[in-house]
Design a protein around this ligand. Structure first.
Ligand code: FAD
Length: 442
């Protein structure tokens, strides 16, 4: 039976900041524990980030990739949701402070707020480039693409002026997936929907600073991804360091200026306002160092999980900023809270590496799990199944699967309505937006 809310049963209070993959996993693991859980998030939905690029590329609708937090917590009778932004902590009185002025008292705190994109201090990047981290980012990017197409349809000479050219910065999974999907929609759906535009003249350029795409993957998969993209009209430029971004171009270190109608930023995550506001120590990458049990150094009542946590691996490097690290970390933190309540010592976190996947267009993907390496159609089918498996909600899964089958068969796009995105200041306040870029063209 679906549990009814039983507010305030008087047990120890666990406050979870962030209802992303890690935060919700922690709350769910605590569903039967004798604690009161409050989950706080500045959005009332959880975003399944691995499929955001499909929202940006008109393949999926926002509702298929976002899931109501209240629905996710439906089976957690001891959990409450609070829509709000965490802005600070009063460590002495053990309270999480919200922007609304509310103070949430905690016995245990789980920090799972993730990290915003970083622009590495590159001149013009935060003003003019579009990141892809949140649902709003994806919708803005989609809106931008569709608007540019309509403008070019009204004045076809704009194509020759670079109006539809796209420069993507960052050759990790986000940049590669976006580039592959964009190339495909340009080649098929948009070509068909905008017959008045000579869309073949639009360029898609992917810039990567290192000497290969998908740095974390096996060399064979990296080369496969590059070859596939290049065969599908993406210009891959390696060893390209960005010097400056202007409203309509990207200037690389050798001085070359690449014209761009849209600049997409996929160059990693970095320090956000949360760690600064909460007074958390963090490295240049924004991640907060944690002990082996995922507790914050110097605080026995606070766990840091997911993208925000910096935990070295035994064989070098840090644990990856991947969905599995967040999910497993959330469950681990919940288990340790239960152990502490029972007077038992905590256990160290052990990460079970389930591998990595990246889509590089339809139908092609790369999959790496232990000794397994998959490419092409098999890779694409495997990663699609994995995404469906981890996507929340039967209805979402079914509708995404139908959408994929439909767009795979017809090469069409369903989500291509030009709807003005909201222009409120929520994300600016949260420190993940780039207000100028996001407003300069609407
Ligand atoms: C475009 C994209 C594609 C990706 N693809 C993959 C993939 O294919 N495979 C994979 O394994 N991983 C992928 N990842 C990474 C994966 O999504 C993250 O590692 C994972 O979501 C991290 O989970 P988290 O719980 O730490 O943070 P998040 O999922 O980022 O959740 C953080 C939550 O905190 C909330 N929040 C932030 N600040 C505040 C605040 N001050 N107050 C209240 N709430 C706040 C946010 O609204 C959000 O809901 C991708 C990420 C992106 C952006």
């Amino acid at each position: 039976m679906v549990g009814r809310r039983q507010p305030d049963r008087g047990g120890p209070r666990v406050v979870i900041a962030g209802a992303g993959l890690g935060g919700v996993a922690a709350a769910r693991r605590l569903a039967r524990a004798p604690v009161e859980v409050t989950v706080v998030d500045r959005e009332n939905y959880q975003t399944f980030s691995p499929l955001l690029y499909e929202v940006a590329n008109c393949i999926l609708d926002a509702e298929q990739v976002g899931h109501s937090v209240r629905a996710l917590l439906r089976r957690c009778p001891n959990a409450h949701f609070r829509l709000g932004e965490a802005t600070g902590t009063d460590w002495e009185s053990k309270e999480l402070l919200l922007a609304s002025g509310e103070r949430l008292r905690f016995d245990y705190l789980v920090l799972a707020t993730g990290l915003p994109p970083t622009f590495h201090g590159i001149d013009g990047a935060s003003e003019y480039a579009f990141p892809l981290k949140t649902m709003e980012d994806a919708l803005r990017l989609r809106h931008r693409t569709l608007l540019r197409l309509e403008q070019a349809a009204a004045r076809p000479s704009l194509v020759g002026e670079g109006h539809l050219d796209i420069v993507l910065v960052g050759g990790g999974p986000t940049g590669v997936e976006l580039a592959g999907a964009l190339a495909e929609v340009y080649l098929h759906a948009f070509k068909r929907d905008y017959p008045e535009i000579d869309i073949d003249r639009a360029r898609i350029v992917l810039l990567e600073m290192s000497d290969g795409l998908l740095p974390a993957f096996h060399p064979r998969l990296r080369q496969y991804a590059q070859d596939f993209l290049e065969a599908h009209r993406v210009e891959v430029r390696l060893r390209s360091r960005i010097e400056r971004v202007t409203p309509n171009s990207v200037i690389v270190a050798d001085g070359e200026e690449l014209r761009a109608g849209t600049i997409i930023w996929a160059a990693g995550l970095g320090p956000g306002q949360v760690s600064a506001r909460l007074g958390l120590p963090h490295g240049p990458d924004g991640r907060v160092p944690v002990k082996r049990d995922l507790r914050l150094q110097g605080r026995d009542d606070t766990f840091v999980i997911g993208d925000l946590a910096s935990l070295p691996r035994r064989h070098g490097g840090l644990h990856p900023q991947l969905a599995q690290f967040a999910l497993q970390g959330g469950r681990h933190a919940a288990r340790q809270i239960q152990r502490l309540l029972q007077g038992q010592p905590t256990r160290p976190f052990r990460y079970l590496d389930k591998g990595m996947v990246a889509s590089i267009g339809r139908p092609a993907g790369v999959v790496q799990a232990g000794p397994l390496r998959l490419t092409g159609r098999l890779g694409f089918l495997t990663l699609s199944e994995l995404h469906l498996l981890y996507l929340e909600g039967q209805r979402n899964r079914a509708s995404v699967a139908v959408n994929w089958l439909w767009s795979g068969a017809t090469r069409g796009r369903g989500a291509s309505l030009l709807i003005e995105p909201p222009a409120d200041g929520t994300r600016e306040a949260a420190g993940v937006s780039n207000p100028v870029a996001l407003s300069h063209d609407w």
